[in-house]
Design a protein around this ligand. Structure first.
Ligand code: HEM
Length: 149
């Protein structure tokens, strides 16, 4: 049913949920849903500037998407059984790596760091759906790990 209209689905038709459309739907992700804004994963209320009392506390709180609006591991009875494992694994790996290093774009010879960042954002935005969302030109971007001072 779409707006009260009945749709007839022919036999042997595969019906999929369009997860890319779901993961970029403005109803769930806001009017900037197509922009690369990793900060959307933090609740706005939790980003208050630290005061003297909470200077050493981590105040960021992760956004909990509305059930069914974020399904990279699928959902329901066939949800990925490795979901929790992979979440814990990549949090552990990223926390370990970023503790000592940061990642930066390798600029071309003529680029300033700002221009390089703009170029990479353009590559990110130029993505298409294959199974999930994939950048067309990902190989044009080089990143390097830089030890933190
Ligand atoms: C970021 C990491 C991962 C993502 C995004 C992911 C995503 C998914 C998705 C979307 C499905 C459902 C596929 C479908 O409906 O046809 C799935 C199924 C599955 N995943 Fe994962 N997965 C991840 C990691 C893992 C890990 C680490 C394991 C095992 C340790 C695992 C084991 C499985 C298995 C066995 C199924 C099939 C479940 C079934 O058919 O009922 N996955 N995964």
């Amino acid at each position: 049913m779409e707006d009260g209209k009945e749709l007839e689905i022919p036999p042997n038709t595969n019906v999929y949920c369009n997860s890319v459309a779901l993961h970029t739907h403005p109803d769930y992700w806001g009017s900037n849903s197509l922009s690369w804004v990793p900060g959307r994963w933090f609740k706005a209320s939790s980003l208050a500037p630290p005061s003297q009392e909470n200077a050493n506390e981590i105040t960021e709180e992760m956004l909990q998407p509305i059930r069914g609006s974020y399904i990279p591991w699928s959902d329901g009875p066939r949800v990925c059984p490795g979901k929790k494992f992979s979440q814990v694994e990549f949090v552990a790996v990223l926390a370990k790596l970023f503790r000592t290093h940061k990642v930066e774009v390798v600029p071309t010879q003529q680029e300033t760091p700002h221009q390089a960042r703009k170029r990479v954002l353009a590559v990110v935005n130029d993505s298409r759906i294959i199974l999930s969302l994939q950048m067309r030109n990902a190989r044009s971007v080089r990143l390097r790990w830089v030890k933190r001072k």
